[in-house]
Design a protein around this ligand. Structure first.
Ligand SMILES: NC(=O)c1ccc[n+]([C@@H]2O[C@H](COP(=O)([O-])OP(=O)(O)OC[C@H]3O[C@@H](n4cnc5c(N)ncnc54)[C@H](OP(=O)(O)O)[C@@H]3O)[C@@H](O)[C@H]2O)c1
Length: 276
């Protein structure tokens, strides 16, 4: 089985650097997809209440027969569940839906600054951690000012910030902001919807190494030090996306990929996103 490196959080816990994402995975087929991902060798699953497939996540885990303590499970608190009581209830609901006693990581999905409840939500998640419901606590789509507010309010930094990172949106400033605060950056939509698959910066290293453009992109995420969570409902592509630890991109190849950054998001801007 592929040996995936681990990243260690500032709270001492660790997580596989490459995991499997569940956004847009049909709730009805999610158990099958998760079972397949675990059989292929993934040991980190990225879920969310908003994906409506937490029950499938848990069912896939049980069907796979992989012991619970060998799989790192993340889920997220949705925008409508901000605030002390709702955030706590969201954690409890996710535990129930997935069918586990403890989550390895819980994230605030978006800061939703217009609601101004993310500090309170952060406090509720720290409390859930202190009560043993979750092991580590992080955030997603937080900008530096959002991070600074929750750190100033509680003295505790998130272990991880899951943000959009792909060749066309590399977010070097936000990655540096996370690193300065001891926070691991995890890349969402890491393949960037395939926007750059035909670009020479990817096809050349792909030819040299016998890998695909998608594998070259995932390797780039690994070499910049990010955690990464590609998604595929296809078992062959699940296997392909995990098979990125037997080759290395050269400095010149990394620099050529760095030049693909055009600052274009595939998703919403966290400073204004507020859908509940
Ligand atoms: N925190 C947030 O706000 C947020 C937002 C978005 C995503 N996420 C997380 O990040 C995860 C990954 O992002 P994502 O799902 O948007 O996109 P992604 O992993 O970048 O790409 C998934 C898409 O690429 C295709 N694909 C996968 N592997 C491929 C390969 N080797 N070659 C060619 N095509 C390939 C998949 O199709 P097939 O299924 O047909 O292979 C699917 O259409 C999500 O699942 C979710 O867990 C978080």
């Amino acid at each position: 089985m592929t040996d995936v490196p681990t990243l260690t959080f500032h709270d001492g816990h660790s997580m596989p650097q490459l995991g499997f994402g569940l956004w847009q995975v049909d709730p009805d087929g999610a158990a099958e997809v998760v079972q397949s991902a675990l059989e292929v060798g993934y040991r980190m699953i990225d879920g969310a209440y908003a994906y409506r497939n937490e029950a499938g996540l848990g069912e896939g885990l049980r069907r796979s027969g992989v012991p619970r303590d060998e799989v790192f499970i993340t889920t997220k608190v949705w925008n409508g569940d901000h605030g002390r009581d709702k955030a706590r209830a969201s954690v409890e609901r996710s535990l129930e839906a997935i069918g586990v006693d403890q989550l390895d990581l819980i994230l605030i999905h978006w800061p939703v600054p217009s609601r101004d409840l993310y500090v309170e939500t952060w406090e509720a998640l720290l409390e859930a951690r202190n009560d043993g419901l979750v092991r580590s606590v992080g955030v997603s789509n937080f900008n530096a000012d959002h991070l600074d507010r929750i750190i100033a309010a509680t003295g505790e930094a998130p272990v991880l910030n899951q943000i959009e990172v792909n060749p066309e949106l590399q977010q070097p400033e936000m990655r540096a902001a996370n690193a300065e605060r001891g926070i691991i950056t995890q890349s969402w939509t890491p393949l960037g919807n395939g926007r750059s698959f035909e670009d020479e910066a990817l096809t050349k290293p792909a030819e040299r190494t016998g890998k695909s453009p998608a594998q070259v992109i995932l390797r780039w995420h690994i070499q910049i030090g990010n955690a990464v969570i590609p998604r595929s409902t296809n078992t062959g592509r699940q296997r392909e996306n995990l098979d990125v630890f037997d080759f290395e991109l050269t400095d010149a190849e990394m620099e050529a990929i760095d030049k693909l950054d055009v600052g274009l998001r595939t998703g919403p801007d966290p400073s204004v996103f507020k859908i509940l």
